[in-house]
Design a protein around this ligand. Structure first.
Ligand code: OXD
Ligand code: MN
Length: 631
């Protein structure tokens, strides 16, 4: 027996000891022993992913009070996070780097030695009197070139339970991988809990990424985006691994889109949190593979992708029976779901924007809630948090794609990038080339902050490829990696820019309804197969009115009028020029390793805009481009 297993034996039941011994990898035992030594749990539970163990994790989440059963619907539970723990915490999330290393000025980093001392200090003894749960996870389909193994030690049954819904099991994969398998490591402790089983030491929240040891530490938080190891925590390590191995780990949805005669084309799409990623992935009549994280590899010179996860941790605000029939059915019928930070009254779940009147009181993340309740700063406590969520396995959805577990992934026909850009970009456009798309739509992605992260909402910012919060390599290197990845492919996915949030000049009204995204994606599908022509503008190829008119009728049964088309697809030269300036400034000030071609491509975009302005003025109706070449 190796010394780590021996050290762990007193904390393990006979059965758990057997489960752990079956994994013949001393690194696994060492990690668990080290973390047990640090956190001092009373017991250790090894989750083998058997039906019995999975059921036990859920039962414990309820028995400890971290989750409560929602009595009206079998399988539903609710978990509450603390008032100060309702989103991903950017300030508390730091990259640990050795002295003299800078990732990029825009990233939050900390000296590795100091950071390790601090976080170990917070974790020391954090599990006294609690059970440490050990979970083994496979990121990506099993037995595939994409598979990455992950191991998490946590003292939260809620976190462990969420992982049952959101990830593929990894225990058997660890056994198969044997002695030398490498894996990502996560240590999480919810820290001190109050009588409602909610983390209380939010001012000592730390989420530290130690890439040198492939380990993430997270403490004094329960919010899943900060604590479920295989979501955004392991993602940060995967980005590093991908960078060193020549593939891409992306904050992207994956979906199948049907074209004429039942053809299916797969799309990947990067959007910052709460910018329409999940609702795009769930468009009715199409198929879903994933809504959050994708790994993309070059396989035989084709870009193929998998969903890293097997479930959804989705925002529930505004999910209603009319616009989101598919997920509504799942959320209102028996089946395993964990709600978080919703309102519960008389054993029934409620959330903002559900299309039903909410009760005037109930139980929410602030405890007992009643209309008019104020927080300690005198602000109204809403009935439910805007960032309230549901966790559900993808196979609960009726349109889950049959290729979800294909070890070779799916071939990507198109990639889209979209943020909350109220001023500049048109609702949908196609890039002139892979490089142009990566630079002008991906690296230049601008958005506004949302409730998915703690802090002020609506602050405009650059969010490179929507992975600004997760990027763990120098930012310029990420742009370079993306450019290189596509250049090596024989068949490049077509790159599109989408913008669901464009507002009318002058009156601040959104120019599109949320359903319109379905038309854009059907147009993109046709473009991937060269089945419609497009108009060339300074920022990309845009749809022709007649094609959209047809698609609006077919997809939404709507009459799309030319006046709307003109408003939506007018090229706004001043707004686009300022956008280029902001992007250039951001990269010049923060990113020392920006690839030079990025500035070159932005320069060319600027030139095209200036030339068009000369010819047509500041606001250029798409009709002007009809006179020019169609592509
Ligand atoms: C998420 C996020 O939960 O990005 O997916 O915040
Ligand atoms: Mn996300």
């Amino acid at each position: 027996m190796n010394p780590y297993l021996e050290a762990l034996q007193p904390k393990l039941s006979h059965k758990d000891f057997q489960k752990l011994s079956a994994i013949d990898n001393p690194n696994v035992h060492e990690f668990i022993a080290k973390e047990s030594d640090l956190c001092h749990p009373e017991k250790i539970f090894i989750c083998s992913d058997s039906a019995e163990d999975i059921a036990y994790v859920r039962k414990q989440a309820i028995a400890t009070g971290e989750e409560q059963a929602i009595l009206t619907i079998p399988g539903h539970t609710v978990h509450f996070d603390g008032e100060q723990d309702q989103g991903r915490d950017r300030q508390a999330t730091k990259y640990l780097v050795p002295k003299g290393v800078t990732l990029s000025k825009a990233l939050n980093q900390k000296d590795r030695q100091e950071g390790l001392l601090e976080v170990m200090g917070l974790l020391r003894g954090s599990m006294i009197g609690k059970t440490m749960i050990v979970r083994f996870i496979a990121l990506g389909p099993a037995d595939s070139v994409f598979t990455i193994l992950g191991l998490q030690c946590t003292d939260s049954w809620y976190v462990a339970h969420s992982e049952s819904l959101l990830y593929r099991s990894g225990y058997e994969q660890f056994i198969k991988a044997g002695t030398k398998s490498s894996f990502l490591r996560v240590l999480h402790s919810a820290g001190k809990l109050n009588s409602d089983m909610v983390s209380t030491d939010f001012s000592k929240k730390c989420i530290y990424i130690d890439h040198m040891d492939n380990t993430i530490y997270s403490v004094n938080t329960q919010y899943a985006g900060n604590s479920v190891g295989f979501k955004k925590l392991a993602f940060r390590l995967a980005i590093r691994k991908a960078s060193s191995e020549g593939w891409l780990a992306e904050h992207m949805l994956l979906m199948g889109v049907f074209g004429p005669s039942g053809r299916k084309t797969y799309f990947a799409g990067a959007f910052p949190s709460a910018c329409g990623k999940t609702s795009t992935a769930m468009l009715p009549g199409e198929t879903i593979l994933g809504d959050d994280i994708a790994y993309i590899r070059d396989i035989d010179s084709i870009a193929r992708a998998v969903n890293v996860e097997s479930g959804i941790f989705g925002i529930i605000q505004d999910v209603n029976s009319r616009d989101d029939a598919l997920i509504w059915r799942v959320l209102t019928n028996p089946g395993e779901i964990i709600f978080s930070n919703i309102l519960v009254k008389d054993g029934k779940p409620y959330w903002l924007g559900m299309g039903e009147e909410l009760p005037k009181d109930g139980c929410n993340y602030s405890g007992t809630w009643y209309e008019g309740k104020k927080d300690e700063n005198g602000n109204d406590v809403p009935a439910a948090n805007k960032n309230a969520r549901y966790a559900v396995a993808l196979n609960a959805l009726e349109n889950v794609d049959p290729e979800l577990d294909n070890p070779n992934g799916v071939e990507i026909g198109g990639i889209m990038y979209g943020g909350r850009d109220v001023k500049a970009y048109v609702p949908v456009q196609q890039s002139f080339s892979w490089d142009h798309g990566i630079v002008a739509y991906g690296a230049s992605l601008e958005t506004e902050t949302t409730f998915a992260t703690i802090g002020k909402e609506g602050v405009p910012e650059i969010n490179m490829m929507s992975i600004q919060d997760f990027i763990s390599i120098p930012m310029g290197k990420n742009v370079h990696n993306n450019l290189e990845f596509g250049r090596k492919l024989k068949k490049q996915p077509i790159v599109f820019g989408v913008n669901y949030f464009l507002k009318e000049v002058g009156n601040g009204k959104y120019l599109n309804s949320p359903q319109d995204k379905h038309v854009w994606i059907k147009w993109m599908e046709l473009r991937v197969h060269n089945e419609v022509t497009a108009l060339k503008t300074p920022t990309g190829y845009i749809p022709k009115y007649e094609d959209l008119k047809k698609l609006f009728k077919q997809v939404l049964g709507k009459n799309y009028v030319k006046e709307d088309y003109i408003k939506q697809f007018t090229i706004r030269v001043p707004e686009n020029l300022s956008k280029i300036e902001r992007v250039q400034r951001f990269y010049q000030e923060n990113v020392t390793d920006t690839p030079l071609e990025m500035f070159g491509l932005l320069y060319l975009q600027r030139q095209r805009l200036l030339e068009a302005k000369e010819k047509y003025g500041d606001y250029i109706s798409p009709e002007n481009f009809e006179k020019e070449a169609e592509i």
